[in-house]
Design a protein around this ligand. Structure first.
Ligand SMILES: [Mn+2]
Length: 243
């Protein structure tokens, strides 16, 4: 299979369009289509913080529904899903921008976005095992021994990473560096923790280059294993980036 996997988009539609064009996708039909039958993969956190979250929901849903694209959820997707379920979620940490976009459109349009997103979320797997288990797409990572499991512990790990339950003084959760210890055979593409450059370590690559925090939007092209990035149009916020 030939797939271009894109990291945490967070509503950055303009950069998403640029990145796909840079990889040879054309938008003549309104959707990014590649003439060599390449498909797109999304590793979660398609909404929140950035300017065009709803547009990203519609695009990812369309590509997933009609063009064979893959999508796995991130923690922001999980929260938006719970918001749509009517759960008492806090409208902050980025969700406020998506909710503001929803409040600016008609009730009918809101229902349509909700329907698309809920279908996408409910029918998607927590992580995807592709290409005869040589490739795995997951939002925040996965341990080798979790592959094939879909229980609550694995759900928490793929959505939030290897959290310790502790936080830094500024409120960010302290996470262990699972990739440093990953010993599996499958190649893992993940995001969730912004890095200034794609971080390849052992059989893993973190492609969340913090587009919504002014970094870049990055794709990993598989099986070529090449990364392609475009610069962000958002202001750069240094403290959001790890190493
Ligand atoms: Mn995330």
């Amino acid at each position: 299979m030939k797939i271009d996997v894109i990291g945490d988009i967070h509503g950055c539609f303009t950069e998403f369009k640029e990145l796909t064009e840079k990889m040879g996708y054309s938008w003549g039909t309104g959707l990014p289509i590649h003439k060599e039958e390449r498909i797109l993969g999304f590793i979660g956190d398609i909404t929140d913080r950035g300017p065009h979250s709803l547009k990203m929901v519609e695009l990812v849903w369309q590509l997933w529904k009609h063009n064979g694209a893959y999508y796995v959820p991130g923690n922001h997707c999980n929260k938006l899903y719970r918001y749509f379920l009517g759960r008492n979620v806090q409208i902050k940490h980025g969700l406020e921008t998506t909710v503001a976009e929803l409040q600016a459109i008609s009730h009918k349009e809101q229902k349509n976005v909700k329907k698309m997103f809920m279908e996408l979320y409910e029918k998607s797997s927590l992580y995807e095992i592709l290409d005869g288990q040589q490739l795995i797409l997951t939002h925040a990572g996965i341990k080798a021994e979790f592959i094939g499991r879909y229980d609550k512990k694995v759900e928490t790990f793929v959505l939030y990473g290897d959290i310790t339950g502790k936080t830094y003084p500024d409120g960010r959760p302290i996470r262990r560096d699972w990739a440093e210890h990953y010993n599996g055979e499958s190649f893992i593409i993940y995001g969730h923790t912004p890095v200034t450059h794609p971080r390849k370590i052992r059989n893993t690559i973190n492609i969340d280059t913090g587009c919504v925090f002014g970094g870049q939007l990055t794709a990993l092209r598989y099986p070529e294993m090449e990364t392609v990035s475009v610069p962000s149009k958002m202001p750069f916020i240094q403290e959001k980036f790890g190493h």
